[in-house]
Design a protein around this ligand. Structure first.
Ligand SMILES: [Mn+2]
Length: 322
């Protein structure tokens, strides 16, 4: 951990905290939920009460995570939170339905723990590192604070890291990532069990998504894209990860029509082309190699518009990172 002063601030605030509201981004992934649960377990162990609010319905794929029932879809009835812990969000705008909580942010300590390079440092305390996952970052924080890593915490953090590193295949994997995971396995994260639960337990709906997505795949010069209409049940498989594996492309895109009429776009880059810079053109964000956009619009028009824009900017050096 590079930032000791912020860590001391965090420690100071948490020692004085009485009730912590834990939030993460909309459509939360395993890094978001695994990290949130690890914090909830950890705060309980430290004698601090917490409440995890997530407006979205969670994927069944998360069911194996210890303590998952702590994630609440309903806003809490009580109002007296003194601390807001925001995980895996580059800005507070990433939290779905935050308005429904009617938070008095001026009278709360906002703790921002994230690993996105476009983080806006919106917290009173900001622990932001360019690192594989919030899971890895949370482990480092717990370790520095000398907080015990219980088997439940280890399992949640291992799942978070496994997910955000694409099973240790992404460029965000560092020697430290493996050292952290070794310590998590020593702390009784069951590595094989977690992998089996996450990647060998897909629902039948996932295969519908995969079949439709592959049927609709279009390959252009330098990029490939596909789409899934809303009639196709949302599975828990990551279609974008299959498209990304195609050779000869720089960028992969998946356009998913949502129930509420908006379009969710998942983007991956296989080169130094930054899909987060591209996503920002449409109000999205994320990492250089993995980003997302949610827009209102029709599927066909959205695809045409974004693919045209992509072709325009692919030759532009401003969209590439070192
Ligand atoms: Mn993450």
């Amino acid at each position: 951990m590079s930032d000791h002063r912020n860590l001391q601030d965090l420690n100071h605030h948490l020692l004085n905290a009485s009730r912590v509201l834990i939030l993460t981004h909309q459509q939360p992934d395993l890094d978001a939920i695994g990290s949130a649960l690890s914090w909830s377990h950890q705060l309980t162990a430290q004698g601090i009460s917490s409440y995890i609010f997530v407006a979205d319905t969670l994927y069944n794929q998360f069911d194996f995570l210890p303590g998952l029932s702590a994630v609440q879809k309903n806003p809490p009835k009580f109002k007296d939170f003194d601390t807001l812990l925001v995980l895996d969000c580059s800005t507070l705008l990433r939290v779905k339905n935050i308005d429904s909580l009617k938070l008095d942010l001026n009278n709360m300590t906002v703790i921002n723990i994230d690993h996105h390079t476009d983080n806006t440092f919106f917290g009173n305390v900001n622990l932001v590192e360019d690192i594989s996952s919030v899971g890895e970052l949370s482990f480092l924080i717990f370790s520095e604070l000398k907080w015990t890593i219980t088997p439940d915490i280890a399992m949640c953090l291992y799942a978070a890291i496994l997910f955000d590193t694409g099973c240790f295949t992404n460029t965000n994997v560092s020697p430290q990532t493996f050292r952290v995971c070794a310590q998590l396995v020593e702390a009784n994260a069951r590595a094989h069990y977690v992998t089996e639960q996450m990647y060998e337990s897909y629902s039948q709906a996932s295969y519908d998504t995969l079949r439709v997505g592959l049927e609709r795949l279009q390959v252009r010069k330098d990029y490939a894209f596909t789409s899934v209409p809303k009639e196709v049940r949302e599975g828990d498989i990551k279609l974008i990860e299959f498209i990304r594996k195609l050779s000869g492309i720089q960028v992969a895109l998946v356009f998913r029509e949502m129930e509420n009429g908006s379009i969710k776009v998942s983007l991956r880059s296989k080169s130094t082309f930054s899909v987060s810079k591209f996503a920002a053109l449409f109000g999205g964000g994320g990492h250089h190699r993995a980003s997302g956009i949610i827009v209102e619009g029709l599927l066909k028009e959205t695809m045409e518009q974004m693919c045209k824009k992509l072709e325009d900017v692919l030759p532009d050096p401003n969209f590439y990172v070192a």
